[in-house]
Design a protein around this ligand. Structure first.
Ligand SMILES: [Zn+2]
Length: 215
């Protein structure tokens, strides 16, 4: 039996970490997701399925961000023993949710329409786009990476949370490095990598680890 690293009082299981644990209950409440435990199902699977059916889209988004952040935090505690208080994690979840909505607002209003327009790479090439969301208060970032083929089909999409990030440029640099690593791991040979940080792109042109063209 392994103890839940978050509360250290019960056996760890999916049911426990996302449903029963005092830590997740505290974080959910703090993140503004109330009333989830009023109609308890018999197991976590049914509970979560019913929740998604009954909740509004924004509330679902908030819940997904919370679960993702708690799971990431659980891994940090488990592997590195770095336990945060629930309040800090709640601040991160709120900041991430707000930032995510602001990004959506920017793309909806079309302020960055020209900058953000995706153009396909040459035939038989793949194109990787990356960017990073930086939280200066938490000194953390999230890298977002997407690879598409020349017809625009998504080949892979992933996100990476990063901790101990000193500034926004470092966040972009981490995102770039993670993009290159993903490309290397998946064996992409002919590719274009595109990001919007000029500093990172300029510096990375000196690092030709794989056969790539940088935009
Ligand atoms: Zn627990």
């Amino acid at each position: 039996m392994s103890l839940c690293p978050l509360c250290r009082s019960m056996e760890e299981s999916v049911n426990h970490v996302f449903w029963e644990c005092t830590f997740i209950k505290c974080v959910l409440e703090g993140a503004g997701i109330d009333g989830l435990f009023s109609s308890m199902e018999q197991n976590w699977d049914k509970w979560i399925a019913n929740l998604f059916l009954s909740m509004q889209k924004e509330q679902c988004k908030r819940l997904v961000i919370t679960f993702w952040a708690v799971w990431h935090h659980r891994n940090e505690v488990y592997h590195q023993g770095e336990k945060q208080c629930a309040t800090r994690l709640i601040s991160f979840i709120k900041a991430f949710y707000t930032k995510n909505n602001q990004l959506k607002l920017v793309s909806k209003t079309g302020v960055r329409q020209n900058e953000g327009a995706w153009t396909p790479p040459r035939t038989n090439m793949a194109k990787g786009n990356f960017d990073a969301t930086y939280n200066s208060h938490m000194m953390s970032s999230v890298s977002r990476i997407i690879f598409r083929d020349f017809e625009g089909y998504i080949l892979v999409a992933c996100t990476y949370p990063n901790t101990f990030v000193i500034d926004a440029t470092t966040a972009e640099a981490k995102a770039y490095l993670q993009t290159v690593t993903v490309a290397e791991e998946l064996g992409f040979r002919n590719l274009v990598i595109e990001g919007d940080s000029l500093t990172v792109i300029k510096k990375s042109k000196h690092l030709k680890r794989i056969n790539q063209i940088l935009v």
